[in-house]
Structure formats: C-alpha cells, structure tokens
Design a protein around this ligand. Structure first.
Ligand code: AMP
Length: 605
C-alpha cells in the first residue's frame, strides 16, 4: 500500500503527489502528518527548508477543510512573495484531483485588486505574506472568523524580517479555537515566545538536530588572503564546471559588484538584492529556476524563501554576520534528499568564525585547497572530453555537411584534429591560468598579507611607468564619457590634464592613471566630494583588494579576466545602464571592495 495512504491521505491527493514523484513521506511528513491529521493539536515543527515541509502541513490541511464551503478556513503565513507563490502552487498541485479547492496567494508588490477579486470569488486557503495580508484585513475585504488552521511557515524568517507585530495583528482576527502549526528552521527566543503566546501545549517535532543544517550538506572552507578572494572564488567555480550555485554576499553593493565582475569575466551570473523591483527580481529568479543562470549572487534578505531544487553549491563569499543565516544559506542546497556543498571563503582572521560555526551547527568543516591553475585546466579539459563523448548527434542534419567537413580535415591526423579542437576551446583558458599563483595560505600564517592589506600600507603602483593607477566609484552609468571624467577629475583636484594617463571608463567605476607626484593631491582633492548624493571614492588600484580587477597587472599573468566560460561571452543579459545606475545609486553609495572588510562590525560570532 502507498505509504501516504497508510498515513491517512485520501486517494485523490495520493494520486496527485505520486505524479509529482512523491513515493514515500519525508521525515517531517512521516512525523507531522499523523499528528496534524487529528486536527486537535497546536504544532511546532523544527525543520529546514527543502525537507518537505509544505506537504507536511499541506496534505493534512486538504484533509481537514470543507471544500463545499467557500469561506477562508486556513491561513498560511510566510515571509516572502516567492515562498507564498510556491506554497500556493504546491497546494494546488496536491489538490489537483479534489473539486472546488480554491487557494489564493496574497503578497505585496502585485496588483491588490486581482487578489481581492479572487478572495471575493471564494477561497478556502489563503497563503499570504504578512504586510499585504494586513492591508487586506484593513480594507475589511476578508473574513477570518471561520479559520480553523493557521500555519506560520519559516517563522524565524518572518520574525527576522520584522513581521512580529503584523503577525500579532493578523492572528487576532482569527478565532481562539483555531489550531496553529508553526514551522521554523531555527528556534531563537522570539520564535519560542510566539509558540508560548499563541499555542496551547503544542506537539513539538524536530527533523535533524536543532540549529543543525541538513545532514546531506558538506561544509567546506578555503583559507585565502582577503585580496585573493575573488580569484579563489573563480577557481572554485572553474573547477566545478557544472556548478549551479547561490553566492551569498553581505551587502547589496557587494552583491552587485561581484555579479558585474563575473558577467564581465564571461560567467553566467546575475544578482538578486533588495534594490531590484519586483519585476526585476522575478526575471532573475525565472532565469535561475530555468537554469539559464548558473550563479545567483544574493543577499541574505533577497534569498529568503528561494526554493530551487538541485542547487549544487552555496558559496559564502562573505560569511554572514548572524550565525543563523549560515544555516539558512546552506539550506538552499541539498533539498529534497539531494546532497550539496556549502563553501566559505575565509581569511586568517575569520578562521575562528569557522570554529564557532562548527560548534553551533554541530558539524565539522573541511578545509579544502584552492585548486591550482593546472588542476582547473585539467578539470575543464576532461569535462569537454566528456561532453564530446556524450553529445547527441543529429545524424540527418550533420550528414549533409559531412563530406565537406571530411574534405576540410583530409590532411590532418586524428591526433591533430583533437589537438586543434581542444586548442580552439582552450587556448584562452590556458593563457588565463598560465603561471597562476598558489592562492592557499598556511593556517598558521601570521596573516601578514591581510594585515598589510587592512592597514592599507600597500601602495600598488601598477600604472604605466611614473604613473599610479587609481580606482574611482563613478563610471559611464553616471553619464560620463572619458573626456568628461578627465575634466571632472582636473576641475575637482586642480591638477593639470597632462598629469592624467590612461583612463579606463567602466560601467559603475573607472580606473585612471595619475603621475605619481600627483596621487596624493588627487586623493586629497576628492576627500568629502559628493556626486549626486554619493560619496566619491578614490583608491589606489589594488588597495580595494580585488585581485582580479585591481591587481591584474601585479599578479603577473595569474588571474586575468576575459575568458568566456559558459558560452555567454560578453555577459548575455546585461542590464541597461539606466537600470544599473538606479540600482547603484539606491544601494547607499560607495564602492565596496571584495575583501570582506566591513563598515560596521556587529558580528555575533
Ligand atoms: P519543501 O520543503 O516543502 O519546500 O519541499 C522541497 C522539495 O521536496 C519540493 O520540491 C517538493 O516537491 C519535494 N518533496 C516534498 N516531499 C517529497 C516527498 N515525499 N518525496 C519526494 N519529493 C518531495
């Protein structure tokens, strides 16, 4: 007998979930469904995302509600629009073979009148984010007096996002007799308080250990100098050609900059952060979900509720400030019983955070070596060999061209042809990794490299002879052309145009050379200068710590950019300058380097 039927789920639903590939209940489903089917208890389930939580509460809900009635009987509250849509969609899928089931997704950033219309038509299940729900309640557009079940999904996230008061207000609209089912990945005191205030003797269940990530996640870290972070990151990506990853940064600006640098370097990446409009977010998420994006660069807040299966790697480009966010981040991989890898890039000073994380999540982290350039190249070559072996051949199409192809290759031996094809794909790659330095550091390293870096003692004068290359956080998106930026620099700093060398105008930043003698004058001249509300930042190239961008020439041919890796040369879906400008400006200003140096330090490690 089907194990879901044995648990007490009706045939229609079992048929629908069988079509979705659910053969047997996941751990949380096995534990929670029998309790929730009684309909008698409040419930607290401590479970990560990706463990099958939605069906754990969704299937029992479908058994409890009366679909011949058209009033709201269940309310599911969740933190984000993405999760809201996902849950509503999942519930509809489970209910595919039950008649008259109406589910509405209520979330901000979308047309409220459509949502109100759906509610008016009659719904039994409302899935909502707290803000919009409260708005609808305020309009007296919904009656929750007959709600028997309230589900608080990802309760810790909702509280993190400041929805405590909204939740209180929404719950006060529902009858005292309702049952409340709370799911949370972690159990901080605030969630515990909700359970205490709103529930009566809840049945508590934990999947995995408290605060512990999913057992299928491997936790790795790489010990590197802060200045090598971006280069090390690229090597890790390059040595995992099939990576489908989420890269976490601490700030919007860092997110955007890493995404831009990756796009520029030919990677298939884009950013997801709070300054994007809902439409832009949806577009990015769709591309990621459809696997048209290989790397999603995200902030913690923006990535909340991301529910994409088969994410192979979560990469902590910067470690989160809050330990609990590490659990949330890594929980984006290893969903639905799959395995996944959570990677952290740390410098000497951050090693203690890794030790602390190990204690808190009860798992050990394995230190991995940043692959050497030659290993990356070999990996890529073998992947191509593999691809050649497995490529599907369209015989009909290719046969018509075969005689011409054979003729063209007539004079070449098999070995020659192989070499030439490999070179075609790899010459640039070989060049890129030629003389690539070892990026690993000794764990006992006194961190000299980083200290120098942090003190800003290193003056990297990598411009033409007698010139120093400077970085500036203004670029073409600020509507400068090269002449205009030259004029702007000279006018602001009162140095002569003759003192300026090469100008490399980019989207959101510019590199320009200044005669060594005038460097300090330029730096001083821009102190406190504001451009359209943004602090203008000038740094000696390389002090910002991006070894790829700032130190390119210094690394002696080590980590150069420009290699198109995922067949998306030139960056595919580059945003318009206007759009990027809008995001850069609203990002709070200022260039943020890749070093992970933080402006404020409220670390809880
Ligand atoms: P959730 O934690 O509810 O977001 O579920 C994570 C993923 O696991 C979703 O893609 C579900 O469709 C899938 N899933 C949930 N329960 C099962 C199950 N019993 N068997 C197979 N896949 C499942």
């Amino acid at each position: 007998m089907n194990p879901f039927l044995e648990l007490g789920i009706r045939h229609e639903v079992v048929n629908a979930i069988t079509e979705l590939g659910f053969e047997k209940p996941s751990e949380i489903q096995e534990k929670a469904i029998p309790v929730l089917l009684t309909g008698n208890d409040d419930f607290v389930g401590l479970a990560q995302t990706g463990t099958g939580k939605t069906a754990a509460f969704g299937l029992p809900l479908l058994e409890q509600l009366d679909f011949s009635q058209k009033h709201p009987q269940a309310l599911v509250l969740c933190p984000t629009r993405e999760l809201c849509l996902q849950i509503a969609k999942d519930l509809e899928k489970y209910a595919k073979y039950i008649d008259n089931v109406n589910v509405v997704a209520v979330y901000g950033g979308a047309n409220i009148s459509d949502q109100l219309r759906q509610i008016r038509r009659g719904v039994q299940i409302v899935v909502a984010t707290p803000g919009r729900m409260l708005d609808i309640i305020g309009r007296k557009a919904i009656d929750f007096s007959q709600v028997n079940y309230v589900v608080l999904d990802e309760a810790d996230e909702m509280l993190n996002m400041g929805f405590q008061e909204d939740i209180n207000n929404i719950l006060s609209e529902t009858p005292d007799t309702k049952k409340t089912w709370l799911f949370s990945a972690t159990m901080p005191a605030e969630v515990r308080r909700i359970a205490k205030n709103y529930m009566t003797d809840p049945v508590e269940m934990t999947v995995g250990t408290k605060n512990t990530g999913n057992a299928n996640i491997e936790h790795n870290y790489y010990l590197i100098r802060a200045k090598d972070k971006y280069a090390a990151f690229k090597r890790i990506v390059d040595s995992n050609p099939d990576i489908f990853g989420i890269v976490f940064c601490r700030t919007k600006i860092e997110t955007q900059e890493i995404a831009e640098a990756l796009i520029k370097d030919g990677y298939n990446a884009d950013s997801l952060h709070g300054d994007l409009s809902q439409q832009q977010r949806d577009k990015v998420m769709k591309r990621y979900r459809d696997r048209n994006l290989q790397l999603l660069i995200a902030t913690d807040v923006a990535a909340r509720g991301i529910d994409v299966n088969n994410v192979t790697h979560v990469i902590n480009f910067s470690l989160p400030d809050e330990i609990e966010n590490y659990t949330h981040r890594s929980g984006r991989t290893a969903r639905a019983g799959k395995t996944g890898i959570s990677i952290s890039l740390v410098n000497i000073k951050e090693q203690s955070k890794i030790r602390h994380l190990e204690k808190v999540i009860g798992k050990s982290f394995e230190r991995k070596e940043v692959p050497q350039g030659s290993a990356v190249v070999e990996k890529q070559l073998l992947t191509i060999v593999d691809k050649v072996q497995n490529v599907e051949i369209n015989e009909d199409q290719i046969n018509q061209f075969l005689p011409a192809i054979m003729e063209g290759f007539e004079s070449l031996s098999k070995e020659d042809i192989v070499k030439r094809f490999a070179s075609l794909e790899f010459n640039r790659f070989l060049e890129y990794y030629k003389d690539a330095p070892d990026l690993n550091i000794d764990a006992r390293d006194n961190g000299r490299g980083d200290r120098d870096f942090d003190r800003g003692e290193r003056r990297d004068r990598t411009g033409s002879k007698g010139f120093t290359r400077l970085f500036m956080n203004l670029g073409s998106v600020d509507e400068f052309n090269r002449g205009e930026i030259l004029g702007y620099i000279c006018n602001t700093t009162k140095i002569s145009g003759k003192s300026i060398g090469k100008i490399d105008l980019k989207g959101v930043f510019t590199f320009f050379e200044v005669q060594d003698a005038d460097v300090d004058k330029v730096i001083q001249g821009f102190k406190g200068v504001d451009f359209n509300g943004r602090n203008v930042r000038i740094e000696v190239s390389g002090e910002g710590g991006s070894s790829d961008r700032g130190n390119r020439s210094r690394s002696g041919g080590g980590e150069r950019s420009g290699r198109s890796r995922f067949g998306n040369s030139g960056g595919g879906d580059r945003r318009s300058g206007g759009e990027r400008r809008e995001r850069e400006r609203s990002g709070g200003g200022g260039f943020r380097d890749f070093s992970g140096k933080r402006r404020e330090s409220k670390s809880k490690y």
